[in-house]
Write a protein that binds this ligand. Sequence first.
Ligand code: PMP
Length: 424
Amino acid sequence: MDTVVSETLLDRRERLLGPRMTTFYDEPVHLVRGLGTKLWDVEGREYLDCYNNVPHVGHCHPKVVEAICRQAGMLNTHTRYLHEGIVDYAEDLTGTFADPLKSMMVTCTGSEANDIALRMARAVTGNAGVIATDHTYHGNTDAVSQLSCTNPPPNRWDSVEFVPAPDSYRPVSAQDWAGHVEAAIRRLEEKGHGLAALIICPFFANEGFPDLPEGWLTPAIEAVRKAGGVIIADEVQPGFGRLGTHFWGHEKAGFLPDIVTMGKPMGNGHPVAGVVTSRKVMEAFRDTFRYFNTFGGNPVSMAAAQATLDVIREEGLQENARVVGDYAREGLRELAARHDCIGDVRGSGLFFGAELVLDREAKTPATAFTKNVANALRHKGVLMNFLGVHYNVLKMRPPMVFSRDDADRMLKAVDEALGEVPLA
Ligand code: PMP
């Protein structure tokens, strides 16, 4: 019965929404309900969500749901009228940033936020060139999709240069990585673009979240600033306390960016995203571009974002991420003592995972195996995904209300799956 319903839905998706719309897992999951860290499918089967970083404070958190409903029943309109919601939130959120990052723009998606960040960088530097890593993803607008190597656009702009994604399991030194950035800067200068920005996720989330020591990025950042460029920190994945030790990924990495973008977790599932920068950069942007976003910063979005921020604090979720994340990593390390395929366990707070290898000595990526493990886990009712340069890193980024019991359930399922799935 389940298969029939899913296939029908799959066929309708294909007919109505077009081909090649991706789904997770060999057998897609058809969800109908969520609460906290749990999800339920159309057959009533329960899943533990170890992957969704969008429902940051838990699926359908009652306080966020109530805030959205209350505001939707009162007023929702665009920002050409005055409303306290956006200003109160901007005041509260920018309070979590160091000086001079005290100006904010609100958008609906992380892609829009990064698109604006690129324009800000161009406006404030007068240059066009941008550097990104060769295994990142920053979004889907025409400009932002230029930053993707894994999903290359058909019309690649020559104002974008790439550097290799950092790796802590097969390490590169900070100086060598800065050397790659310097070479990219030279290429941009030779082409006449100059350097506008280096854009990075400070936790390198899509690259496989290498464990880089604080300050590792400093030589590269100095090279960017010396060339007149700015640093854009894409906090779409690590932000809002997920890393446990710090509220923002750039704080943990030990640098202060010029522009910060955020999205996914910001409204707990409501589409709200944003850019935080200095007054100077914001003025350069406003002087250069006329920008208006119909839905960005509307009162309902701001109610969702404010309630999410309030819950993070009221429920101590950053601390929960630190404590439960440490516990889960410790459990994964215990599994590594029994499963040779676990080559590396890493991460911070509730952003963690394990790199799976065929051979620990050679560190040969177990790419096909990792995909099969993720599929096996789905059938055990535990949802996670895999990524990294070799697509062999099990990635976990659960709602921040993830408990020790949830971690135990995840560890038991991983233990079983690693024992059952053939390693070849
Ligand atoms: N930046 C990063 C690091 C992301 O992972 C994503 C989404 N996966 C985006 C930006 C784009 O965000 P959105 O899908 O909200 O446009």
